[in-house]
Design a protein around this ligand. Structure first.
Ligand code: NIG
Ligand code: FE
Length: 405
């Protein structure tokens, strides 16, 4: 006997190699103990729905997709940067603001000043924006503390969000996000602190699954990132990288050489970066929200990545500076309109490929027996509508670990 059975539904399973979207019209999905126990054509169910599950939910022809996987966010932070948004509207650039001591460093001050409870409270509101549009797994980065105490506070706040029991949370330590003001005359000392002190503590306390860095002329050099990545590897943490966002630092190649799960942003990625990512199965995480907010004009090399077989994920990059966006569906729309992904690629990007970019494809990201029963049930007539509408209330029901939440 299953716990719950969803019927009168169409499935976009997002399984590979099948029909577009892994589509199953007139399908059904069953949950048992939080996992998918059955998924397929309703006509193939091994009996009458009411005899098969304790609860039968009729979906009135809705579409069911895997719960969305937002694989790149900075959801936990203090304050916001609306003032900086105004400055940008008067002509200041992101880089100028950062060099002037604004940007990431101003969020660092607000995050250091906030209590863990305040961080949880403000992030929970942003998380509600994501879950309202079907997110069931979210990655959350630290990186607005830049000292061990505040980085731990941020990662614990992310853990507290997970403990609310409404989403899966993967945590990423982003020590090399910006140079903290107190180290402005000694970059090397900060890089060493991150690699030799922070990473071992964070790894041994199980506070993060991965390490990320901001490889950029206003961030850290490839050499500095290399030093920190080797500490990540030695401490058993996965690797991700903010790469080639504003300029080409050949960060994606470096990340790929470390077997990184993903390289993210990638507007300035070149052919050698693409080849390295393809060879190492490093996922390209596309962040059209940041592209949009920065009014960027250089597009990531989508066509070349597609041709090389690089997997592409799509994420919100929700952060106070470059992507104050809590809508995964807006990210899908922008991935299609700005980056020219197909709606199918975009949806795969925020389900299956997002899961791959987090190293959890065995567990989530597609409607497959054995995976967690994380579902989004949508009031739409075709899956392309998820990328097409902007701002429409499409979600009918969200299911986390088999429970309707
Ligand atoms: O993903 N590029 C670096 N990190 C963020 C921006 C962070 C910020 O400006 O606060 C990003 O775009
Ligand atoms: Fe980011």
């Amino acid at each position: 006997m299953w716990d719950t059975l969803w019927v009168d539904a169409n499935l976009a399973t997002m399984r590979e190699g099948a029909a577009p979207y892994g589509e199953i019209k007139r399908g059904a999905v069953a949950a048992k103990d939080g996992r998918i126990a059955w998924a397929g054509y309703a006509a193939d169910l091994p009996g009458h729905a009411v005899d098969l599950a304790r609860e039968v939910r009729r979906c009135e022809n809705a579409w069911i997709t895997p719960g969305l996987v937002d694989c790149h966010t900075h959801l936990v932070f203090g304050g916001n940067r609306a003032r900086e948004f105004e400055m940008r509207s008067q002509g200041a650039s992101y880089e100028e603001i950062a060099r002037d001591g604004g940007g990431i460093v101003s969020t660092v001050a607000a995050t250091r000043a906030a209590s863990k409870e305040e961080l949880v409270e403000s992030a929970a509101k942003r998380l509600a924006g994501l879950t309202r549009e079907g997110v069931t797994t979210v990655e959350i980065k630290s990186g607005y503390g830049l000292d061990l105490e505040t980085e731990i506070k941020m990662l614990e706040a992310a853990g507290d969000l997970a403990a609310l029991g409404e989403v899966r949370v993967k945590r990423t330590f982003l020590g090399l996000h910006a140079l903290p003001p107190e180290f402005k005359d000694d970059r090397a000392a900060y890089v060493q602190l991150v690699a030799d002190v922070m990473i071992p503590v964070i790894a041994s306390e199980g506070l993060a699954d991965a390490v990320d860095a901001f490889c950029e002329n206003i961030g850290f050099t490839a050499e500095e990132v290399d030093y920190v990545f080797s500490a990540a590897r030695d401490n058993g943490l996965a690797i991700k990288l903010h790469a080639e966002q504003l300029s080409n630092q050949h960060g994606a190649e470096l990340a790929a050489r470390y077997g990184a799960l993903s390289a993210d942003h990638l507007e300035h990625l070149d052919e050698s970066g693409i080849a390295a990512m393809a060879a190492n199965c490093t996922v390209a995480v596309l962040l059209p929200g940041a592209f949009h907010f920065l009014r960027e004009t250089k597009l990531p090399p989508i066509e070349a990545m597609r041709a090389a077989g690089v997997r592409m994920a799509v994420a919100s990059d929700c952060n106070p500076g470059t992507s104050p966006m809590t809508s995964p569906l807006a990210a899908l729309n922008m991935a299609c309109t700005l980056f020219r992904l197909t709606p199918e690629e975009a949806l795969a990007g925020i389900t299956r490929e997002g899961a791959r970019a987090l190293g959890i494809l065995d567990d989530v990201g597609a409607l497959e027996v054995g995976k967690a029963c994380d579902l989004a049930v949508w009031d739409i007539g075709a899956p392309a509508e998820l990328s097409y509408w902007l701002g429409a209330p499409l979600l009918k029901e969200r299911v986390f670990a088999g429970r309707v939440v």
